[in-house]
Write a new protein. Structure first.
Length: 893
């Protein structure tokens, strides 16, 4: 009897389905394959097998070829008759084992592949297991894939492949919710994901059981689904009293406290015996330490913690929190336990929370400050004070870089009475989301209504937001002005004073005084050596060091800033650190590490909701991927950079550079000009764009203008920037602008002048760790020499460029160097086609035309004129007896 497979939706498991599809293809080539799908209860093993039955079946729309699917689900109670699994696979009633084995053999011996899916295979009857194993052993060459879903505790020694299922990712959790008609805010989606560890059964249980209003209340606790509550209650009921008391104490205290403290709260005399009892229930897990005194114990998951707390009842939980508040030593934790035990409002406790939040904010612990202020607001009865604390809580979340969580609370903030603090907080979110115009309007409004004498703290906060606004706009003078104002209002050691001070050095550099910026960071780093605030100073110093060509120092500073993220600093600062670290690693040739930093930053940007650094991160990816020949990845990076927005210069500039570098790698210089020409106008109002070293765009645009024959435009562009680079004594900027000047001189026929400029540029980059610039300078130099007929010198210089590109893995440019070397004619033999000799230059033209390039594109690639390309084509057609471009392409195939 044919089994009808229903279309099954299996969210978040496409990679696993693709693995199973590959196993089918493997079986077709090499015979029997066995796959074990392993995972804890509820993780989705059954759903995956049902989806696989659909995905791999003969009538699936994406199936490569016909495949028969056999399916069995084994009951857990082992009450089925012998051969029950075989009967399910055959869709018949149980019968003699021998007959069913023969029938199964007949099904497995067809022409096409067969997929055998067995759910809960660890419960299968012995007779069926033996029969199936025997068939597979005797018919190893048959195209059969056996997929068995087993529990996490079951070993699978016979499996060729193990698929271990973990929880779903946050996006898939959100998709599960949408399937239930619930649209989750990203912060609530992530909260649900962390609470359930992405286990589908638990996610769906909560979505189905919890009231719909719960999902619109960000920041609150989530319960446990009924199944988890019932299972937990059974485990607790079977646990000895001391073990249960310890489990409950750990649930109240959280995972960070010691076993000793939990035992004290539980009032057990033998902590290790109680721990063994708790571990035996499966509700607790322990660390890998072997020495009992070093072992840490925690609950298996947040959802089990919720189930334990719910089982205790309100009175016992409240009493436990009050007792815990007396035992813990950390002031934040102590207050949180007191809050958990408090009913209604409590002005005195709210004031304590507020005071501690200010202290933690001063240390840069913004997440803790946000939590304390949120709790203070809940305990505050007076309306204006409550509103202020709620607003400050959101501002602290934004300072921590958690835009996603903050955005979930913004609707409540927008309904509050207009205040300067409210406008500044909304402006802060607009900045982090890359909405420059909105931020400008809100900051103007905030400053216009704040009373600087009566409320200097809020005024200083507005000034600090102005500093960030100026930073992303690349406005050095504005940055300095607002940084000084923030410090004047509340002092250099206040949270906003520190925020402003640690960025001020960049403003000085963008105002034409890079040494002052370096001196400022030296002073700041001496004053702020430790803690989360030090991350800001270290990031700013690394950013400036990159801009002034101190690449080794920049790498050290930025790597340190990234490592400081664990101290509780800001995701925004970590994002900037990763983005600029990727640029440093790109410049010095550590491209794999640069890609890693960029992708780590993009992952953080996605979870935090911050968009202002996306373009910067994607720029590095686009540049490396295009130079390594991954064109799809490079174009995707460009699209992502551009879709992040361009309201701020710091978003627009890298997006344009990303598109330009991908186009340049493809020798599409017209697109380079189109992408970068708007920066000429932008540079008149953005000081950071003209200061050497921060945004290397001028040489890229000038080079494209020269290749396209727009020599006067290139001259106009270069002049002012060359003088500024010389005034700043900036080595890499002078080298980059120098190679563009050398190309321009070469294009005008002054090869001796070009040589002098190029040699100086080569000397500048040789003393620098900037390997990318070194390769770039040599590449341009070699092209210019070859066009001037200096083939031997061109060969030497181009070989140097090729060697660097090869070491970087820049295959796109290795190929371009090879074409240049071939076109130069040294170390090559004349091309031959049916005994017809083509010169090296003609061979290069022929190869590019055969790839589909136009005359203009060939000219750009080989750094010759379009007239020269047409001249070579005319000679090529005559030599080969061809009449058209199409015939040349066909002849080259």
């Amino acid at each position: 009897m044919k089994r009808v497979v229903n279309r099954a939706r299996c969210i978040g498991r496409q990679p696993e389905l693709d693995v199973l599809a590959e196993e089918v293809r493997h079986a077709e080539r090499g015979g029997v394959r066995r796959v074990a799908v392993i995972g804890q209860p509820g993780v989705g093993k059954s759903a995956l097998l049902r989806a696989a039955g659909d995905y791999l079946s003969a009538d699936h729309p994406t199936a490569d070829r016909s495949a028969e699917v056999l399916f069995a689900t084994v009951p857990a109670d082992r009450s089925a008759a012998p051969g029950a699994m075989l009967a399910q696979l055959l869709q018949t009633e149980p019968g003699p084992i021998a007959e069913m084995t023969d029938a199964l053999l007949s099904r497995l011996s067809g022409a096409g592949p067969v997929v055998v899916l067995v759910d809960d295979a660890h419960h299968a009857d012995d007779e069926s297991r033996s029969a199936l194993a025997g068939l597979l052993a005797r018919h190893r060459s048959s195209p059969v894939v056996v997929v068995e879903a087993v529990s996490a505790e079951t070993s699978s020694p016979l499996a060729d492949t193990e698929l271990r299922l973990g929880g779903l990712d946050p996006e898939s959790v959100g998709e599960l919710a949408r399937d239930r008609g619930i649209i989750l805010h990203p912060s609530m989606r992530d909260h649900l994901w962390r609470h359930t560890a992405g286990v589908p059964r638990d996610v769906l249980g909560l979505l189905d059981e919890a009231p719909r209003t719960l999902w619109s209340q960000p920041g609150g606790d989530l319960p446990a689904p009924a199944r988890t509550r019932d299972e937990t209650a059974r485990h607790l009921a079977s646990c000895p009293a001391d073990g249960r008391a310890l489990i409950e104490a750990i649930a109240v205290l959280g995972d960070e406290e010691t076993l000793s403290l939990a035992a004290t709260l539980a009032e057990v005399t033998d902590a290790f015996t109680a721990a063994d009892q708790g571990l035996a229930t499966g509700l607790l897990i322990r660390s890998a330490d072997l020495a009992p005194g070093q072992v840490s114990i925690r609950l298996r998951s947040p959802i089990i913690r919720a189930a334990v707390i719910e089982s205790m009842g309100l009175q016992r939980v409240s009493a436990a929190h009050r007792r815990a508040a007396e035992l813990v030593t950390d002031p934040v934790t102590r207050l949180q336990h007191r809050v958990a035990a408090t009913v209604g409002t409590d002005a005195a406790l709210a004031d304590e929370l507020d005071a501690l939040a200010r202290t933690r904010a001063a240390d840069g612990a913004w997440r803790e400050a946000a939590s304390l202020l949120r709790q203070a607001g809940r305990l505050t009865d007076e309306g204006l004070v409550r509103d202020e604390r709620q607003t400050r809580s959101v501002d602290a979340l934004l300072s921590a870089g958690d835009c996603t969580a903050a955005a979930a609370l913004i609707p409540a903030i927008e309904t509050l009475r207009e205040t300067a603090l409210r406008n500044a907080t909304l402006a802060y979110l607009a900045i982090l989301r890359g909405r420059s115009a909105e931020a400008e309007v809100r900051l103007d409004r905030a400053w216009s209504i704040v009373n600087t004498e009566r409320d200097p703290d809020v005024a200083s906060l507005i000034a600090a937001r102005r500093v960030l606004h100026a930073l992303i706009r690349g406005q050095g003078a504005d940055l300095i002005e607002w940084a000084d104002r923030a410090v004047e209002l509340t002092g250099p050691t206040s949270p906003t004073g520190v925020e402003a001070t640690v960025i001020r050095g960049l403003g000085e550099a963008w105002s034409g005084h890079p040494q002052r910026g370096i001196d400022t960071y030296h002073t700041v780093s001496e004053a702020i050596r430790h803690g989360a605030q030090a991350q800001r100073a270290t990031m700013g110093r690394g950013w400036l060091q990159l801009g002034v060509d101190e690449l080794d120092a920049a790498r050290t500073s930025l790597e340190t800033a990234v490592s400081m993220a664990r101290l509780g600093g800001s995701d925004r600062i970590t994002l900037w650190s990763l983005a600029w670290l990727a640029r440093v690693r790109f410049a010095i040739g550590e491209w794999d590490a640069a890609v890693h930093a960029a992708r780590e930053g993009l992952a953080l940007a996605a979870t935090s909701g911050i968009t202002i650094a996306t373009g910067l991160l994607e720029w590095t990816l686009a540049q490396i991927l295009s130079m390594r020949g991954d064109w799809d990845g490079a174009h995707e990076a460009v699209r992502h950079a551009e879709s992040a927005g361009a309201d701020y210069p710091t978003m627009e500039i890298p997006a344009r550079l990303a598109r330009a570098h991908v186009a340049e790698a493809a020798a599409d210089y017209a697109t380079v000009i189109h992408a970068l020409s708007p920066l000429v106008g932008l540079s008149r109002s953005v000081p950071a764009l003209v200061e050497p070293g921060f945004w290397p765009w001028v040489d890229v645009l000038a080079n494209a203008l020269i290749v396209e024959g727009r020599l006067d435009d290139a001259e106009t562009l270069l002049a002012g920037h060359e003088q500024r680079a010389a005034d700043r004594a900036h080595p890499s900027a002078q080298a980059r602008l120098g190679y563009a000047r050398g190309r321009l001189l070469g294009a005008r026929g002054d090869i001796n002048g070009a040589r002098g400029v190029f040699e100086r540029s080569v000397g500048l980059v040789q003393s620098s760790p900037n390997r990318y610039d070194s390769a770039r300078v040599n590449f341009a130099y070699g092209q210019t020499l070859r066009r001037a007929g200096k083939r031997r010198d061109a060969d030497r210089v181009m070989t140097a460029a090729r060697d660097i590109f090869l070491a970087l893995g820049a295959q796109t440019y290795v190929d371009r160097c090879d074409r240049e070397l071939k076109a130069g004619g040294l170390n090559t033999s004349p091309g031959r086609r049916d005994d017809v000799h083509l010169t090296p230059q003609e061979e290069s033209v022929t190869a590019l035309v055969a790839q589909g390039l136009s005359n203009k594109e060939v000219a750009a690639e080989l750094f010759i004129s379009t007239k020269t390309v047409q001249y070579h084509l005319t000679r090529i057609y005559a030599k080969l007896g061809l009449r058209s471009r199409a015939e040349l392409v066909a002849a080259r195939r």
